[in-house]
Design a protein around this ligand. Structure first.
Ligand code: GUN
Length: 292
């Protein structure tokens, strides 16, 4: 029997727990954790993401502050806004929605975010903390992926995890998190020789490449945990469909557990963003540890 990992339900449970922690902070300290989101331009997908983040933040009982800037905004003006938010005592988390327009360096802007407010976990400081095993803010999608894997097997120690993809947003931090769980970690990518053979070695197979159905069912070891991070929009049979980086129908029979697309890793990203916001609020304001 294959377990279908219900990311939607697990994310809903996590969001409820976060709402509880936010309410607790409010009751004990009179503080409402606040997340500031910066959106530059009119990218339709980004607009949807930002709208969803706003709704989820308010639903969890936290403050959502939106800054929507026109496409033509200069890099200097975005940096100035980030600096203002860094200095704003009321703001606990800052997220700059990516991608930014081409004339703005996302690297420059992201690294202006104060590391203690960097709820995306994308600054050099937080990437360094992750590698060094120090307390920091962890990127949301990788964090959500590990939480889902641990719903299948709480103890991942000693398992061989293969991460396909080496992006800064997902692949690299995910590999670090799995290493912290004492997995043996292999990072595979577009230049990997015999990717199929590498994938067949995986007890935990994580796909984060952005190529629809790249990972075939026959590449999945029997009983493996398959975490599919891909969200790809394709045209099929005259319809637009969302599919992952794993050939779900082929993999489903062989996997011990698998995340569907949609409804797997996707919903965990926002839940982990809210989690980081509560953690950032508690740490920065010296309110003690939060259990989320
Ligand atoms: N755009 C797509 N995914 C992300 C994300 O995780 N964080 C930010 N800031 N922008 C994104």
């Amino acid at each position: 029997m294959t377990t279908i990992i219900d990311g939607k339900a697990i994310a809903a449970g996590l969001r409820e727990k976060i709402a509880g922690a936010a309410a607790d902070i409010k009751a004990k300290h009179g503080v409402t954790p606040a997340l500031a989101v910066v959106l530059v331009g009119e990218d339709p997908a980004s607009q949807v993401y930002v709208r969803n983040k706003h709704a989820a933040t308010e639903k969890a009982g936290m403050r959502s502050i939106e800054h929507k800037l026109p496409e033509t905004t200069s890099e200097a003006d975005v940096v100035a806004l980030v600096r203002k938010l860094n200095g704003d005592e009321e703001v606990d988390g800052i997220l700059v929605q990516l991608p930014l327009p081409e004339h703005i360096s996302s690297d420059r802007v992201i690294n202006e975010i104060h590391p203690d407010k960097d709820v995306d976990g994308l600054t050099e400081a937080n990437a360094g903390r992750l590698i060094l095993g120090k307390d920091g803010l962890i990127p949301c999608t990788p964090q959500g992926s590990v939480i889902l894997a641990k719903t299948v097997t709480e103890n991942l120690s000693g398992l061989h995890a293969v991460v396909v993809g080496r992006s800064i947003l997902v692949g690299k931090p995910l590999a670090m998190l799995l290493l912290a769980e004492n997995c043996t970690v292999t990072i595979a990518h577009s230049r990997t020789k015999d990717l199929a053979a590498v994938c067949r070695e995986a007890d935990i197979l994580c796909a984060a490449v952005g190529v629809p159905r790249l990972i075939k069912g026959s590449w999945v070891k029997k009983g493996a945990i398959v975490i599919d991070v891909g969200i790809n929009r394709i045209e099929e049979d005259g319809k637009t469909r969302l599919v992952g980086d794993v050939d779900y129908d082929g993999a489903q029979d062989r996997a011990g557990a698998i995340t569907p697309v949609p409804g797997g890793v996707g919903p965990m990203t926002i839940a982990c963003l809210l989690r980081n916001t509560v953690i950032a609020a508690a740490r920065r304001r010296g309110l003690g540890a939060v259990d989320v």
